[in-house]
Design a protein around this ligand. Structure first.
Ligand code: MGD
Ligand code: MGD
Ligand code: MO
Length: 759
């Protein structure tokens, strides 16, 4: 068992490339997962942890936001959930001795993999201005440093409070309350880089920014499930179990993706006998290998064909929607040559999809980052809503919009008010409940935060989880911006790049993770989370905390608030909140719609479902009171000769910036990450050999961006399209390259050229 952390960096020279897999999960999946947990957590602790993962009395998997079934399978976890748990329950420690041994300059030069592998943070640390190292600081002294810095700001808007989507409902609610009591809406979160485009498009068109389907719509009711811009085999493996259920009762599945992802092809369910010994289930009935960014044109073409054939649901359209005539007029102007160029698909392929739709009584569209991280992400998702509205595929069983969320509580954090543009009604309710004056100026989102840092307008940056330095675009610009901030504060479980690329003064506050017991003055606590389908349920840690100095996120916010607001806490009972989270849930129930009787309803195994008017009653809380058809202008991405469109994706061995390991098993990559996947025809045309070493260069008006030394891998991606892993490629994405409306970095469409590697 290798419980010791690696001392040396991994050498990419050992990188091996094999054939991509044609099926996902199966026995190797769970065996891989178990090996990870057992190595890092030790055998007894590891087994104990996995037994309560996603069970109704246990903790919510800290991996993705896919919902748990009503009756969880005895082992309701996947390989990647097991890896997420292993990362957190590791017995490795990053303690004061570690920081004494490693100056900041050393940490800054390390890979994300090396940093993450060092283990759990154990005590608060401070790097003072000019210091070369972090050194230990007590909790109270750390809170004093932060409180003094906040008091010294000219305006509360000079502070920024970032959140990553693993934060519980209770912590998120208190965190936004803290920021708003201070007087700012500067509450950017990982969602700004993730499903912001989905929220924006859905709010405009159906009146609520959340998906409209539940798990049984997929497993039991849908006739056709379209999976667009998503790689569930790696990122939402338990979704494959749901798709398999759907498939076995006769549902059809269509995958739309530039990459032929293994999980979309065949699934070997590790939790059934068939999956263990058999060939698995062939999932996709139709695979459309679309060009990057081609989905808007694709859905416009589909909608045009449905209207031309007059196979739309007129009764639904008349009763529940508005804007239909304008949409029809726009589809009539569609140019089929543009559709061909944008999608890379032949007309017959689009017609084959339309035939699937015509045969299906009910249709669900699922999507993730393949749609949201493009310049035209919001119009694309609006066009998908058009598609659903045309045949009344919203607000009835087996139909609807299904944005598949990333972080396990990213949706809940937004529900709790982590939002730089909060609705007025939410602020009104906060004011009534707490007697504060909530700020009304919109705050900074993630990209605007970096701009503000760069321009010297941020005095304090605090992050509740996440890895801001590594997850954000334009790595060099962002690193310089972060270094200029007078004080940065990171509440974290594990060491990461953000601790190295920190402000002039920098504090690390180590916190409990999901897996750990949370005991406060009022006894043992649990927290609550909301999954991708609006189900709210409890999560209870079971392991002994990684160090006796760790505090819960709730306790950290409340401790800081008492220092900042003094003993009366601006009239808010922070100490009682920290002692007993029931008292936090009481307040949430009074402020956030849908949480009445919170404590009792979350005590029920499986929790409760939040209201969703379009799903529940076909009522659409938009300005017009109807679902909105939209007109979306098509802009074909034309690439200069010799250039490719690059998308930045996750490997199978990472959770965002946390790099579990160096394999991407399903894509045939072992022992390395610096690869770029390119279609063989493009390689031939560019005169570049499979296996050659290249630099990736993106060209912008303010100068080129370069990511050095990638191995070219000939791969069956869509022609003209390349793929490489983030965060290594974030350096290529300029700050201003964002989606319209949502301001999400357009990380899936970066035009690049390949140059022979300089080094
Ligand atoms: N194990 C693991 N699980 C995770 C995560 C993780 O890193 N590791 N991250 C979590 C988070 S925060 C998120 S947001 C989700 C992310 O889940 P995904 O969105 O599945 O993640 P990506 O790796 O970004 O994959 C994007 C997919 O979209 C496709 N795609 C890219 N561009 C286009 C396009 O223009 N059109 C179409 N049709 N397809 C396109 C890509 O080929 C790829 O299959 O996963 C969550 N779960
Ligand atoms: N180029 C490119 N960039 C991307 C993306 C992409 O597809 N391409 N995807 C984007 C997406 S979808 C997302 S969501 C963002 C992710 O952005 P973030 O959410 O900021 O990043 P993570 O890598 O998920 O954060 C990992 C860190 O969170 C901390 N952590 C883990 N668990 C806990 C906990 O329980 N409490 C606390 N306080 N800390 C904890 C650990 O210290 C760990 O190092 O990245 C975005 N960046
Ligand atoms: Mo995400």
């Amino acid at each position: 068992m290798t419980t010791r952390a690696p001392k040396d960096e991994h050498d990419e020279a050992g990188l091996r490339v094999g054939a991509p897999a044609t099926s996902a999960a199966g026995v190797p999946g769970v065996v891989h997962g178990l090996k990870d947990v057992l190595e890092q957590a030790g055998v007894r602790r590891g087994v104990k942890t996995l037994r309560v993962l996603n069970q109704q009395r246990g903790f919510d998997c800290p991996g993705c936001a896919w919902p748990e079934p009503g009756k969880p399978h005895l082992a309701e976890f996947c390989e990647n959930g097991a890896k997420a748990v292993a990362e957190e329950s590791t017995v490795r420690r990053v303690d004061a001795a570690f920081f004494a041994e490693h100056p900041i300059a050393d940490l800054g030069g390390r890979s994300d993999h090396w940093l993450g592998q060092q283990g759990r943070l154990t005590e608060p640390m401070l790097r003072d201005a000019g210091d070369t190292h972090y050194r230990p600081i007590g909790w109270d002294a750390a809170f004093d440093v932060i409180a003094d810095a906040l008091h010294g700001l000219a305006s509360p808007d000079d502070a920024v409070f970032y959140t990553s989507g693993r934060t519980s409902n209770e912590a998120a609610f208190l965190y936004q309350l803290f920021a708003r009591t201070l007087g700012t809406n500067n509450l950017p979160d990982c969602s700004n880089m993730c499903h912001e485009s989905s929220g924006a498009a859905l709010s405009e068109t159906i009146g609520i920014g959340k998906g409209s389907v539940s798990l049984t719509d997929i497993t039991d009711h849908a006739d056709l499930i379209v999976v667009v811009g998503q790689n569930p085999g790696t990122n939402h493996p338990r979704m494959l179990t749901a798709l398999e259920h759907a498939k076995r009762r006769g549902a059809r599945i269509v995958a739309v993706n530039p990459l032929p992802e293994a999980g979309l092809h065949t699934f070997k369910n590790p939790q059934t006998v068939r999956g263990v010994v058999g060939k698995g289930t062939l999932l996709s009935d139709l695979y459309l290998q679309i060009r990057l960014g081609g989905d808007l044109a694709f859905f416009q073409a589909v909608n045009r064909l449905l209207v031309d054939a007059d196979v739309v649901d007129h009764a639904f359209i008349d009763q529940f929607t508005t804007g239909y005539d304008d949409a029809i007029a726009a589809w009539q102007t569609l140019d089929w040559d543009d559709v061909g160029t944008a999608t890379g698909l032949r007309r017959e392929a689009i017609e084959a999809f339309v035939a699937e739709v015509r045969n299906a009584g009910s249709v669900i569209v699922c999507w993730a980052m393949g749609l949201t991280q493009h310049k035209k992400a919001v119009p694309t998702i609006r066009e998908i809503v058009n598609f659903l509205l045309l045949r009344g595929n919203i607000g009835r069983p087996g139909a609807g919009a299904c944005p598949v969320r990333g972080h396990s509580n990213v949706q809940g954090d937004r529900t709790m008010g982590i939002w730089e543009k909060p609705p007025a009604a939410f602020l009104d309710a906060l004011e009534t409940e707490f007697g504060i004056t909530a700020p009304r100026r919109p705050g900074h989102d993630t990209v605007d935060t970096i701009r503000a840092m760069r321009d010297g307008r941020v005095g304090v940056f605090m992050a509740m989880g996440g890895n801001f330095a590594a997850a954000t675009p334009d790595s060099e610009v962002t690193a310089a911006a972060l270094r200029a901030v007078p004080l940065t504060v990171h509440v974290s479980t594990k060491l990461n790049r953000s601790h190295a690329l920190a402000g002039q003064r920098s504090i690390i506050l180590p916190c409990l993770g999901r897996t750990e017991r949370d005991v406060q003055a009022g006894g043992e606590q649990f927290v609550t989370v909301e999954d991708s389908m609006s189900v709210v349920h409890a999560s209870r840690g079971t392991l002994r905390p990684g160090s006796d100095q760790l505090r819960s996120e709730v306790a950290i916010i409340c401790g800081l608030a008492r220092r900042v607001f003094g003993d009366d806490g601006a009239g808010i009972p922070w100490s009682s909140f920290a002692a007993d989270y029931t008292t936090v849930r009481e307040r949430i129930a009074r402020v956030v719609p849908g949480f009445d009787d919170y404590e009792a309803r979350v005590a029920v195994p499986g929790g409760f479902v939040l209201p969703h008017p379009p799903r529940d009653s076909r009522s659409f809380p938009t300005a017009s009171g109807k679902a909105q058809f939209s007109v979306n202008e098509l802009e074909v991405l034309r690439v200069p000769p010799g250039r490719l469109i690059l998308q930045t994706v996750r490997s199978h061995d990472q959770f965002n910036t946390t790099i579990y390991g160096l394999d991407d098993r399903y894509r045939g990559i072992r022992d390395g990450r610096r690869v770029v996947f390119v279609n063989p025809a493009d390689l031939a045309e560019l005169g570049i050999a499979d296996g050659a070493m290249v630099d990736l260069v993106s060209e912008w008006s303010d100068g080129d961006r370069r990511a050095s030394s990638f191995r070219v891998v000939s791969y069956p991606t869509a022609p003209g399209c390349a793929a490489a892993y983030f965060p290594e490629t974030n350096v290529l994405v300029p700050l201003d390259h964002t989606a319209e409306v949502s301001n999400t970095p357009a990380a899936k469409s970066v035009v690049i050229r390949l140059e022979p590697a300089a080094s």
